[in-house]
Design a protein around this ligand. Structure first.
Ligand SMILES: [Zn+2]
Ligand SMILES: [Zn+2]
Length: 164
């Protein structure tokens, strides 16, 4: 049972994007990641879901009390958030950050996919391999999308380099 939102609700979520202040764009233009690094008045990157109490009694829905930027990025494009499945990233950051590792993710909806948490976790192996390839690469372009030859995920895992 996915969590669908009305167009009025989505415009409210759209307005929360004004609190994203420090964005990095990474990778080739046609496939660029947008990383939100700071959310104003939100220490842990998360903001209160304005519709949490509205849906609180709907037990099937499991409405989320707080939302990360990537969840808002996804729902504004797709109109829903998954319930019982993971909102998984096909892209990752080149450098794993120690602090706020959950929130520091790409907000581009087309770089996210709904899948099981098991598949989600298995992508980490690809990301680790890609990070190693990037570190060992002799040549690199200014902007580049890196993939892993043994990745069999659909859509494939990738890491972008070259920050704007
Ligand atoms: Zn991305
Ligand atoms: Zn993969």
């Amino acid at each position: 049972m996915d969590k669908y939102y009305s167009s009025d609700q989505i415009s409210r979520f759209e307005s929360l994007k004004s609190r994203w202040n420090l964005k990095t764009k990474v990778g080739p233009e046609e496939n660029r990641c947008i990383i939100v690094r700071r959310v104003s008045r939100a220490k842990s990157m998360r903001v209160f879901n304005p519709f949490f109490s509205y849906y609180e009694d709907n037990t099937y829905r499991k409405e989320l009390p707080v939302l990360y930027p990537y969840q808002i990025g996804f729902l504004c494009e797709k109109g829903f958030l998954p319930t019982g499945f993971n909102l998984s990233h096909t892209c990752a950051l080149q450098n794993k950050s120690k602090k706020s590792k959950e929130g520091l993710k790409c907000v581009v909806a087309s770089h996210m996919v709904v899948e099981t948490s098991g598949i989600n976790r298995s992508r980490e192996r690809c990301f680790t391999a890609i990070r190693k390839n990037i570190a060992n690469a002799r040549k690199r372009k200014r902007f580049q999308t890196w993939t892993y030859s043994l990745c069999n995920h659909d859509p494939v895992c990738f890491i972008n380099t070259g920050a704007l």
